[in-house]
Design a binder for this molecule. Structure first.
Ligand SMILES: NC(=O)c1ccc[n+]([C@@H]2O[C@H](COP(=O)([O-])OP(=O)(O)OC[C@H]3O[C@@H](n4cnc5c(N)ncnc54)[C@H](O)[C@@H]3O)[C@@H](O)[C@H]2O)c1
Ligand SMILES: [Zn+2]
Ligand SMILES: [Zn+2]
Length: 385
């Protein structure tokens, strides 16, 4: 079958000879993919920053598809169902799934104790092939997949697998109170969605920080917020303090993660060498520009190694830090409602619809932030017919 194939950092291609996935466990299903996205998280893999990313792996943790085949243990999911598949692979019954921490399933990723399994996200996240392909194997098929509601646009549906829940959870973890000032670092798809969701929680002011002018322009329109370029500031922390009566923002959200720009030191130790789990520049700014007693919500992805984080300031300012991979299954019912009611418009983030065969160009465009790219979707041949 046709599938994205990782050949090493900055080298991916579409191959036609990937074997069809097989049912390996009674609870598996095989899904024929109708949409898959490239995510900022895939860029960390593509740039060679995630350990144990093996040549031959197919990425893709954001996909929708039609159930083609089910194992003998699958009871709810039916052949022909068109489903949204959460990016986290969750067993549904372990101690953590029971707390709705579906991103931290204890069963789906035996090679780690922190994160659960994730489709197409290296062997550190379980070694599962992903959905940037014609077909994909979905374990625990009765747990994650949700049938796409009648009338929902497919582009909205595929953005419910990750971007919408992650942006929403970023705002939720911020504990936003009525009228709060919320600063979001990063105007990628996740930052745009977090900014939009901050209003749903009652924010009184939303400020987004990035350095890509086209994205700042985009988010001003998309999330009706203020947006500023950190490259035009002497010091983003001073800028934000000044913008918030010198007290600091009530809530800061890190929607950037380990490839943050803006500090030569962080870039050297976190990205070039790399001696730490990534460049923590945005996180650093978030901690230093939130008010005393405020909340920092982190959805940006970092590696497991220590990073240069001003932990002393966290203690001395009395901050609360909340972070996780999004718990997609927990949030889906509520978010489907928001989308169907028009309160959230995920497909408004999609700037590129690219044939799966051109996956290599798609990675290049998204990685280099070319052509006004916010969110690219890959479409397999059968879904275009
Ligand atoms: N926790 C989760 O469940 C989850 C899910 C999806 C994505 N993520 C992570 O969220 C992050 C964002 O994802 P995305 O798809 O929006 O990625 P993206 O690469 O499209 O966007 C990141 C943005 O951050 C900007 N940026 C770089 N340095 C910055 C800085 N110092 N301050 C402010 N902005 C800065 C970049 O210019 C870019 O626009 C990634 O780390 C991704 O891995 C986490
Ligand atoms: Zn993603
Ligand atoms: Zn579990």
């Amino acid at each position: 079958m046709l599938a994205m194939n990782f050949r090493g950092p900055f080298r991916v291609r579409a191959d036609r000879d990937k074997p069809y996935p097989e049912i390996k466990h009674p609870d598996d299903a095989i899904i024929r993919v109708t949409r898959s996205c490239i995510c900022g998280s895939d860029l960390h893999l593509y740039h060679g920053l995630v350990p144990d990313t093996r040549v031959g792996m197919t990425f893709g943790h954001e996909f929708t598809g039609i159930v083609e085949e089910t194992g003998p243990g699958v009871q709810k999911l039916k052949v022909g169902d068109h489903v949204i598949v959460p990016f986290n692979i969750a067993c549904g019954t372990c101690a953590f799934c029971n707390q709705q921490l579906y991103g931290n399933c204890h069963e789906s990723n035996p090679s780690a104790t922190a994160v659960g399994g994730i489709f197409g996200y290296s062997h550190t996240a379980g070694g599962y092939d992903g959905g940037q392909a014609e077909y994909v194997r979905v374990p625990y098929a009765d747990v994650g997949p949700v049938v796409i509601p009648e009338g929902m646009d497919l582009d909205d549906a595929v953005l419910l697998t990750d971007v919408t829940p992650t942006g929403y959870q970023a705002a939720e973890m911020g504990g936003i109170q009525q009228g709060d000032t919320v600063v979001v670092f990063g105007a990628g798809p996740i930052g745009c969605m977090a900014a939009k969701c901050a209003w749903l929680f009652g924010a009184g002011r939303v400020i987004v920080i990035d350095h890509l002018e086209y994205r700042l322009e985009f988010v001003r329109e998309y999330a009706q917020c203020e947006a500023y370029n950190f490259k035009s500031m002497d010091d983003p922390v001073v800028f934000l303090k000044k913008a918030t009566d010198w007290l600091g923002a009530d809530v800061c959200i890190d929607a950037v993660g380990c490839e943050a720009e803006g500090s030569k030191l962080q870039t050297l130790v976190g990205r070039k060498l790399p001696l730490t789990g990534g460049s923590a520049t945005a996180l650093h700014w978030a901690i230093n520009s939130v008010k005393k007693g405020g909340i920092v919500s982190i959805v940006g992805v970092y590696g497991p190694l220590d990073s240069l984080v001003p932990i002393g300031n966290v203690v001395n300012k009395g901050l609360t830090i909340r972070a996780n991979q999004a718990s997609v299954k927990r949030l889906l019912p509520k978010l489907i409602d928001h989308v169907m009611a028009g309160r959230l418009n995920p497909k408004g983030l999609v700037t590129h619809r690219i044939p799966l065969e051109e996956v290599s160009d798609a990675y290049h465009i998204f990685s280099k932030k070319l052509d006004g790219c916010i969110k690219p979707i890959l479409i397999p041949p059968a879904a275009r017919a």
